[in-house]
Design a protein around this ligand. Structure first.
Ligand SMILES: [Zn+2]
Length: 124
């Protein structure tokens, strides 16, 4: 065992112990596709570490008039409580997911419908 091995393994151990001490329950990330009313193809939705994100546009199409309009609408509506992130080839809007709220697909898409002001339904 070299000094380098020791350096690599220690930070991981510290993270695991810290989570156990705080009693943080490990919750698996949730990922699914949703149908958004009036929008054509299904959108990726992810819930991870208390943050929910929904794809609004594909990165390579985000400058067309339709996508730009949708991004502007969502960013204005959720200004101050959302972040724009880029993942998996998409432009996603990410925001805090309330702690007590259900983690099933219906609860998640209901939350997104309220926030985005759109009809959002999970695709099974
Ligand atoms: Zn586009």
């Amino acid at each position: 065992m070299s000094a380098i091995d020791g350096n690599f393994s220690e930070p991981n151990k510290a993270v695991c112990n810290g989570e156990q001490r705080k009693g943080v329950r490990k919750m698996a990330a949730i990922q699914f596709r949703a149908k958004v009313g009036g929008w054509s193809y299904p959108r990726l939705v992810t819930l991870e570490k208390g943050r929910v994100a929904m794809e609004v546009a594909r990165i390579n199409c985000s400058h067309c008039a339709t996508c730009r309009g949708r991004m502007n609408y969502v960013q204005n509506r959720l200004s101050g409580e959302s972040q724009t992130i880029y993942a998996g080839g998409g432009v996603l809007i990410q925001l805090d997911y309330p702690k007590g709220r259900g983690r099933n697909l219906i609860s998640i898409t209901q939350f997104l419908s309220e926030k985005f002001g759109l009809q959002i339904h999970p695709l099974q």
